[in-house]
Write a new protein. Structure first.
Length: 399
């Protein structure tokens, strides 16, 4: 077939399977109201967990940062590493309790670059089956023996560690701290113990944990800090700056040797133009606000608890999640799309997640909560959700 014929056939197959994706155009970042395709909706699909994407201080800092240049002009190793990047890296290292940090243009690049730099042929990478696509692709690309275990299955993880020990070479275990589609937390303390026992390196993706959770001493340091784990227990921590920080980009934090090593060997870092200085300035301001306004994390926690309590009263069987990500598993792609469309008609934007983002048969509504949502808005969503599920006879899949 010609290229055009091949593309048409594959797109038609995706449409027939109710898996075709459509872009929604927003007039501006949700706060949490947004104009979507020309209509105002209340959004429950944003990863802006602390409401910093529209914070006036963050926006002002980003505008001021643009005075340093519209772009970094080159890769970090040529002449694209600016003072503002160095300041951001120092701040990230401080708030994560690590010796050093390195900024990347995206979380996808950070994960692929780090995995491919650390392990290759003759080594092993062990990963959870529900890992983010960037971790999965890093495992595929690095050339190491790829060993996977069932979601958060510690017994399965240990069996793969035993296999890796028989294979020889170095072993990297890569997991999400907070799973982006299920919202649950990895059993990191137990995983760190297994890695210690088998001399493996633990890498945790804190995309959805950084800034939204932590410990009393390190309130922004994600699920790793919440689990009481230090740099020795989790030598490789990745986090994004486009979720709780409300901005863009990502980082890897760890020992000084790790960061020096990645500067030399992480190809997506070496061969990519540096982060725009305005973005670095906005991220710095966002971290300052997160430290200065801990009430934002408390509001988020309260909204999560309120949502789950009220959903329980309505007998809406949510998946188990203590994070801002609250999935409602419907299973059928057609049902998910119908309910999401009805919610949008009623004035609510909720993510409809289908394969290949999630495994076949596990299509779900992915409801995300932020510190900026009010309890009245959450009540309104729940009423609309209850009505929509009843209208389509879309019972949730037992979990």
């Amino acid at each position: 077939m010609t290229l055009a014929e091949t593309l048409r056939a594959r797109l038609q197959e995706r449409r027939e399977r109710n898996l075709y994706r459509h872009l929604k155009t927003l007039a501006a970042a949700p706060s949490p109201r947004a104009v979507v395709d020309g209509r105002e909706l209340l959004t429950f699909s944003s990863n802006d967990y602390l409401g910093l994407a529209t914070h006036p201080e963050v926006i002002a800092a980003q505008r001021e940062g643009a005075s340093l240049g519209a772009g970094a002009t080159a890769s970090h190793l040529v002449n694209g590493h600016l003072e503002i990047h160095a300041r951001l890296q120092e701040k990230i290292a401080e708030v994560t309790g690590r010796e050093a940090a390195l900024v990347f243009s995206s979380g996808y690049m950070a994960n692929i670059g780090t995995i491919c730099a650390l392990v290759g042929r003759g080594d092993n990478i062990i990963s959870d089956r529900l890992n983010h696509a960037s971790l999965i692709d890093g495992a595929r690309l690095c050339g190491a023996a790829s060993l996977r275990f069932a979601h958060s299955d510690l017994g399965g993880m240990e069996r793969q560690l035993q296999r890796a020990a028989q294979n020889g070479g170095n072993t990297l275990v890569a997991v999400d701290g907070v799973y982006s589609m299920d919202g649950d937390l990895a059993p990191l303390a137990e995983m760190a113990g297994l890695c210690r026992r088998y001399n493996a390196w633990l890498m945790v993706d804190e995309a959805h944990g950084f800034g939204a959770m932590g410990s009393p001493d390190l309130p922004l340091a994600g699920s790793v800090a919440a689990a009481g784990l230090d740099q020795d227990a989790v030598p490789v921590m990745m986090g994004t700056l486009g979720k709780a920080a409300g901005n863009a980009g990502a980082f890897v934090a760890g020992s000084r040797e790790l960061i020096d090593y990645l500067v030399q060997f992480a190809r997506p870092y070496v061969y990519t133009t540096g982060m725009p200085p305005a973005v670095a300035a906005g991220c710095l301001a966002a971290i300052d606000v997160m430290l200065r306004e801990p009430e934002r994390r408390e509001l988020l926690k309260c909204n999560i608890a309120f949502f789950r309590t009220r959903a329980g009263a309505l007998k809406l069987p949510l998946m188990e999640s203590a994070s801002a990500i609250q999935p409602l598993l419907l299973g059928c792609e057609k049902k998910v799309m119908a309910v999401a469309a009805e919610l949008q008609r009623l004035g609510f934007l909720v993510g409809a997640i289908r394969p290949p983002t999630v495994p076949a048969g596990t299509a779900r509504l992915r409801i995300t909560l932020t510190a900026n949502h009010t309890q009245a808005q959450i009540e309104a969503l729940l009423a609309a959700l209850d009505a929509s599920l009843r209208a389509f006879g879309a019972s949730a899949v037992p979990v």
